[in-house]
Design a protein around this ligand. Sequence first.
Ligand SMILES: *Cc1c(COP(=O)(O)O)cnc(C)c1O
Length: 341
Amino acid sequence: MSIDLRSDTVTRPSERMRRAMADAEVGDDVFREDPTAIRLEERAAELLGKEAALFVPSGTMGNQIALHLHGRPGCEVVCEAESHILLYELGAMAALSGLLPKPVAGEAGLLAPEDVEKAIAPEVVYRSRTALLSLENTHNMAGGTIYRRDRLASLLAVARRHELPVHLDGSRLFNAAVALDLPVAELAAGCDSVMIALSKGLGAPAGSLLAGSRPWIAEARRVRKMFGGAMRQVGVLAAPGLLALEEGPAALAADHRHARRLAEALAALPGWGIDLKRVETNIVIASPPGGDAYTFCRQASRAGVMAVPVSAEAVRFVTHRDVSSDDVDQAIQVIRTLRAC
Ligand SMILES: *Cc1c(COP(=O)(O)O)cnc(C)c1O
């Protein structure tokens, strides 16, 4: 059996989740008759400190519904230059909503308020309008880095001054909350919309949630239908989602320790390039000796350790609940021997 460090999306539903799926009370969710989906949405809203939430099939759909509602065709979305909404959603903001990204390079994925300020278009007749500010916490491609409350507060202040809505891509917001030992609602506070993924570190087989004000979520429900994301007896997916919300966060601290251990082991090996300061949660991005990420991933995979190249030089390892402490030790052993051959 390979040790799969490609992503925290690879987690399999636990036995408890499987049982919850089998036992879920269901109904037609388009008619709002699925009690399990309703319970999941209410619980998510409560945890995120928002009025309402909507269960969506994927994080991408959650983000795209939010962008669609906050923007208008021809408007710009201020986002980080390596953000998921820009690089890994296939141009959906342009294709589905006529929106234009306005990428701003962050440091370790984190935007500086003064750079955001500069990226916001002035209100003149020949400039497209800035529609919103989108933030990603934790930042995937920067290696799971965290926006802390002070930085968030200053970014929110810039947005407020320009009357811009703020969307939070909180695919891994629970990782940030666990790392900072804060309730997740504190990291979502002040954002007009927030998306969280159930199917990453929290361990559910599928699904994400989008949260915001009650009238905004009512609109989001319409856009979800338009984008083809309304499902029927979806309680079978909401049931493991509820377990993911209740039991998932407590398991994340172990993932963070495992990522740290892996990162420190790599840093101690000759030839590896890694910035240990960035390893704050469950993601490790590092450059293998020789600088060829594709060759490393091919060799590691043959030796039973799976990771993904995120560029020609950099490899991403993600720890998750299906990777044990022993698995991490074994992965480190394998990577050491690869170096030797
Ligand atoms: C995975 C991810 C998403 C999208 O999630 P899918 O469910 O795969 O569509 C969005 N944002 C970030 C930061 C992610 O890591």
